[in-house]
Design a protein around this ligand. Structure first.
Ligand SMILES: Cc1ncc(COP(=O)(O)O)c(C=O)c1O
Length: 394
């Protein structure tokens, strides 16, 4: 059967030929622009989910599209065995926006891979094996990362798990202290636990983790796959006021980093970098030219369009407007990583909003609706969301 533009045919082809591992929305996406996506039946949707937090710069940001297009006309790919201007510029740019002590980049292709490499580097740097991570954290689906994921059924899916993973309670420093001994290489956390329902801790928790790691020679890893690249209104949660200015030894990121081109990265301190030698880490596609041109263009677009400032201005506006919605019990998170807690189930609200052509996300907390919109969302679009939210809540 030939490819077709008929939406029903597209749905039935995917259903027939793709493994049924995703619960899909009944939307056949055709194109995107800024915070909007357009379906092939002509419908337009306000995208407050950003394709899983990926569309940080918005869909098809012209500067990102132009950079990728120009790169495709030069060379699509060559591995890390040669130097490349695209890679050099991306690494320089990424390091320039990170907290000063994170001065070296390693490029890979996804969030889970960034976390695998971060844990590997921590083990190499400390000559220890164990990793402490937290209840409610999500770190990816490859073997080591899923073994560090103490959320729902994920570890079960990943069995047999990689040994040496220990679970502490998010926000409870005593639970971490109780697990620390001479075999702990790393403490890894999502500084804001997104999938768990957008849970943040008190700033003192991040500070206490930093002090504990310093005392005991443990590597502190922030998984910023969701919080990174501007989502919280800062470039990273690392170094921000929300985290008491704490800077970890490694940050991992992916999702919004390439505006939709798959790319992940670890940023590490000079001290960690000293332990990593030739051939210790590697991946064929990491640092490829298309991905690298997307990274540089993404970071430059966020700067040029003053998107961090936009997030900082629109977040309080959105929070204020949500005060008018009685059924919203609390608003968690920071910047454009927000969890709206309702009295009842968020799933039915998500579905009702979808009927109003607004895409939101759910979470593993059944009462929490997640918003992860592009960083260019404006106050008019917020008004449209709030109006429709009120409508679906009656
Ligand atoms: C916090 C966090 N870490 C890691 C991952 C895994 O990233 P990827 O799906 O790119 O492997 C995700 C994905 O949702 C995530 O939210």
């Amino acid at each position: 059967m030939k490819a077709t533009t008929n939406p029903e045919d597209t749905i039935s082809l995917e259903e027939r030929f793709q493994l049924a591992t995703y619960k899909k929305m009944p939307v056949v996406v055709e194109r995107g622009e800024g915070v909007w996506i357009y379906a092939s039946n002509g419908d337009r949707y306000l995208d407050l989910y950003g394709g899983h937090a990926v569309a940080g710069t918005g869909h098809c940001h012209p500067q990102v599209v132009k950079a990728i297009r120009e790169q495709t006309e030069k060379i699509l790919f060559y591995s890390n065995l040669v130097y490349s201007e695209a890679r050099a510029r991306a690494a320089e740019k990424l390091v320039s926006i990170a907290p000063a002590k994170l001065s070296k980049a390693f490029f890979c292709n996804s969030g889970t891979e960034a976390n695998e490499n971060a844990m590997r580097m921590a083990r190499m740097a400390t000559s220890r094996e164990n990793v402490i991570s937290f209840s409610g954290g999500f770190h990816g689906r490859t073997a080591d990362a899923i073994s560090a994921t103490f959320l729902g059924k994920y570890r079960e899916i990943g069995k047999p798990n990689v040994p040496g993973h220990l679970q502490a309670e998010f926000g409870d420093i005593d639970s971490v202290r109780a697990l620390v001994n001479e075999s702990v290489a790393a403490i890894m956390l999502e500084p804001i636990q997104s999938m768990a329902g957008v849970k943040m801790s008190d700033p003192s928790f991040y500070r206490a983790l930093r002090e504990l790691c310093d005392e005991r020679g443990i590597v502190l890893i922030y998984d910023e796959v969701q919080t990174g690249v501007g989502r919280t209104g800062d470039w990273f949660f690392a170094g921000s006021d929300a985290g008491d200015g704490v800077v970890p030894d490694i940050i991992t990121m992916a999702k919004a980093l390439g505006s939709g081109i798959p790319v992940g990265a670890c940023l590490v301190t000079e001290e960690i970098a000293l332990h990593i030698k030739e051939n210790d880490l590697g991946t064929t596609f990491g640092g490829g030219m298309i991905a690298m041109s997307a990274v540089t263009a993404t970071l430059e677009a966020i700067e040029n369009d003053r998107m961090l400032e936009n997030v900082q201005a629109v977040e309080p506006y959105l929070r204020n407007r949500l005060k008018e919605v009685e059924q919203v019990v609390s608003v968690r998170g920071r910047g454009f990583l927000l969890g709206l807690e309702f009295v009842g189930k968020a799933k039915s609200i998500h579905e009702a909003l979808l009927e109003q052509k607004i895409i939101t996300g759910t979470s593993s907390d059944s009462k929490v609706l997640r918003l992860l919109p592009p960083l260019c969302l404006n106050t008019e679009e917020v008004d449209l969301f709030v109006k429709n939210l009120m409508r679906v809540l009656g």
